[in-house]
Design a binder for this molecule. Structure first.
Ligand code: SER
Length: 596
């Protein structure tokens, strides 16, 4: 039986819906209140507050298909398995059922003929072997055995394999992982699911989240025991069909066909062509989802915008190497909008933006790509040795728009290296000169105690939006928000720069609200009722039908997931540090809270 992505999505959600789970929408690819990551990299990111004990409006059992972007292995894309965008199927217990129930359901979903009907003889599992932080997970092993997995296919592995955490701090716990036996012979006596010889492929990860890892490396118990399971959609469809490559699944079929038509070359003709076509197929898909996201990103030189630019430009360079005509990238993006039209209607809603931004970016870069490559080859024909100087990489970046990673890749293709440190120095000198250094890249990890700062800044964001609407009018609507431990950043629709007086008045209103120490209350209600109260709501019914409405005195009423301070007096003194453009018709404010 051929398994399609839609078949797996439907079966999965249906199975958990029948077991009391509320189906929730995928959250945005851009985390709204988490400064430690640029993108949503796992289903748990948007759910962190609820894993920590906050009440979720849809209850304690949830199931979803979450859009994720991971660019850590971007260099590997083009091989059989790596992708920068994927969908994660998940089921969640927020302090409700725990490991036994989770395992029993996973087993049933995988083996029951009404669902996947997989051959139990081809399933193996791993469980946590135990250490000083948490005990050996005999209980999960026993549950697997009761389900029908024989003891010799249950493996105990250490933290390195069987513990899940996003980053270095936060909710985490031991997990049990489920593997599919591809039928390849074992590579040796010690071949087990932790081996990467290709015999065992992971299809599902059930995490029993019950700890909160602190910055000092200690583990505190969470207020509740949760289950977070994750099944990568593309990967599982590939594995279950017995395909060799994830690019063989239904989701890539039409895009790869289009790439072949546009290039006049055959996918699979040779390794280089295959790799280039896969990179195009992957990067254009990710770019389409980032541009089409309800929060949305546009190409730029910092943060998420930089990653997006890198993806698009790399796809353009690969397309050029396959002699594809200008405009190809947009055509492929259009194919994806169609492929995903029923599952992610936001792509269709944002089709014009996707097309527009891709046309602009491709246009901009095509102009300099050929000249930049020429410059590169001129330089390498003159330099002694095989290291491209940092100054050259900077010129390619500054004059020809080559992301430094592209220069590194181009160099590698020709047997050269790049002095990346030298590039960074030139870059820093240039930034100091142009005073452009105030935009900071995100840093990994959140400072200890940062949660309080973030909660305050998040609360201040509500006051800011309310103040802006009073000063500038109702045309002001949130377009994006990002909070680090140091500052808030708020993007909103407004057609012109704010005047100094408007900025001062906005600041004054927010500080007035803080000094008035307004109480902050939260009520849960159906979305329609919330709208009737006049609450402003930003991202539709992302949280399902019942929503939380946060009220701050008479000043602000907003639909939001929280968390928030208890009263506005806790915030400190509010200072706007920057007001600037963030694309056409969108302004961006950065602001800080200073202690009084
Ligand atoms: N958080 C786990 C993962 O991403 C399970 O969802 O693998």
């Amino acid at each position: 039986m051929k398994i399609t992505s839609q078949f797996l999505r439907e079966k999965y959600l249906d199975f958990f819906k029948q077991r009391g789970h509320a189906v929730i929408q995928s959250a945005s690819l851009i985390p709204e209140n988490d400064p430690s990551v640029l993108f949503t990299t796992a289903g748990m990111h948007p759910l962190i507050p609820y894993l920590m004990g906050q009440k979720h409006p849809c209850g304690t059992r949830l199931t979803d298909v979450q859009k994720c972007v991971r660019t850590g292995d971007i260099e590997e894309v083009g091989d059989d398995s790596h992708l920068t965008f994927f969908e994660m199927l998940g089921n969640w217990s927020l302090g409700d059922y725990f490991n036994r129930q989770s395992i029993q359901w996973s087993y049933q979903f995988l083996t029951d003929p009404a669902y996947l009907g997989l051959d139990v003889n081809r399933l193996s599992v791993t469980v946590f072997a135990g250490d000083d932080d948490a005990p050996r997970d005999e209980d999960s092993a026993q549950t697997w055995q009761q389900c029908g997995i024989p003891a010799d296919r249950i493996y105990y592995l250490p933290k390195k394999n069987n513990w899940w955490i996003a980053g270095t701090t936060g909710p985490c716990g031991p997990d049990t992982e489920i593997f599919w036996d591809t039928g390849k012979p074992a590579c040796g006596e010690h071949c087990d699911p932790s081996c990467d010889c290709g015999k065992y492929l992971e299809i599902w990860n059930n995490v029993f989240m019950q700890f909160n890892r602190q910055a000092d490396g200690t583990y505190l118990p969470l207020v509740q025991k949760n289950v977070d399971t994750g099944m990568g959609l593309e990967r599982t469809v590939c594995v279950l069909n017995g395909y060799k490559s994830v690019y063989d699944i239904d989701l890539f079929e039409r895009a790869l066909q289009t790439i072949q038509q546009l290039s006049g070359k055959n996918y699979g003709a040779d390794a280089k062509t295959t790799r280039a076509m896969r990179i195009i197929a992957d990067h254009v898909r990710t770019a389409t989802f980032l541009l089409g996201d309800p929060v949305g990103v546009v190409p730029s030189n910092v943060d998420q915008g930089y990653v997006l630019r890198r993806l698009i430009r790399r796809a353009v360079r690969m397309a050029n190497s396959l002699d594809m005509p200008k405009g190809s990238i947009v055509q492929i993006a259009q194919v994806y909008v169609d492929v995903y039209k029923d599952v992610y209607p936001e792509l269709t809603d944002n089709r014009a933006k996707i097309v527009d931004e891709l046309v602009k970016e491709e246009e901009k870069f095509s102009k300099t790509l050929v000249a930049g490559e020429k410059e590169f080859f001129k330089v390498i024909s003159h330099i002694p040795g095989n290291v491209v100087p940092g100054g050259t990489a900077f010129k390619l970046y500054d004059t020809f728009g080559f992301p430094v990673e592209m220069t590194v890749e181009l160099a590698a293709e020709n047997g050269y290296q790049v002095d990346v440190e030298g590039f960074r120095q030139k870059f820093a000198e240039h930034q100091a000169k142009s005073h452009a250094g105030s935009e900071q890249r995100f840093k990994g990890g959140m400072a200890e105690g940062g949660g309080v700062e973030i909660t305050r800044l998040h609360t201040a964001t509500h006051l800011l939006q309310a103040a802006l609407r009073r000063v500038l009018g109702d045309e002001v609507k949130q377009k994006g928000s990002n909070i680090t431990t140091e500052r808030l950043r708020f993007d909103f629709s407004f057609g012109r720069p704010m005047t100094a007086d408007e900025i001062a008045e906005t600041e004054r209103l927010v500080n007035w609200a803080i000094e008035s120490d307004l109480p902050i209350t939260c009520e849960e209600m159906p979305l329609d009722d919330a709208r009737k109260t006049g609450a402003i709501g930003l991202f539709g019914d992302k949280y399902g039908q019942v929503v939380k409405v946060y009220t701050m005195g008479n000043f602000s009423k907003e639909i939001c997931g929280g968390p928030h301070a208890n009263s506005t007096g806790e915030l400190g003194h509010f200072v706007i540090t920057k007001e600037q453009s963030s694309g056409s018709g969108v302004r961006r404010i950065k602001a800080e809270l200073h202690s009084k």
